[in-house]
Ligand binder design. Structure first.
Ligand SMILES: [Zn+2]
Ligand SMILES: [Zn+2]
Ligand SMILES: [Zn+2]
Length: 126
């Protein structure tokens, strides 16, 4: 009986842990919805998928959770920038996804740099 009780108890704990893990999983993407997975540090644009930057055509780098607004250094943990010693800020608080092209950019910018660039390219062509 004792062993059975222990097993039942263990199962209950495992079940609870599983539920907790599932709850965490489903809650995470919601909080990080506004975060680009890849970024071009030169043009300050981001994307959901790995690929080349739509503006400068260089391969995009994997984005961190935190970013330094001074030099563009990225990190997964909160802290000061290793280069300029300034506190890093969350990337999600800076980025905004463009509804037209699907790329991310600085949310303080009025026009999306990717759309702006594409418009320029179009007007150049005869
Ligand atoms: Zn670029
Ligand atoms: Zn920095
Ligand atoms: Zn755009």
């Amino acid at each position: 009986m004792r062993i059975q009780q222990t097993v039942a108890c263990l199962l209950a704990v495992l079940l609870l842990l599983n539920i907790a893990a599932q709850a965490q999983k489903s809650a995470k993407p919601k909080a990080d919805k506004n975060v680009p997975k890849y970024v071009c540090l030169m043009c300050k644009v981001g994307a959901d998928k790995q690929g080349k930057c739509p503006i400068c055509n260089l391969p995009m780098a994997k984005a961190g959770v935190y970013v330094c607004t001074e030099c563009g250094a990225m990190a997964d943990k909160k802290g000061d920038c290793p280069h300029c010693k300034k506190p890093m800020v969350k990337l999600s608080s800076l980025a905004k996804k463009c509804k037209v092209c699907g790329y991310y950019s600085d949310k303080n910018k009025k026009e999306c740099p990717v759309c702006e660039y594409r418009k320029k390219m179009k007007s150049k062509k005869p």
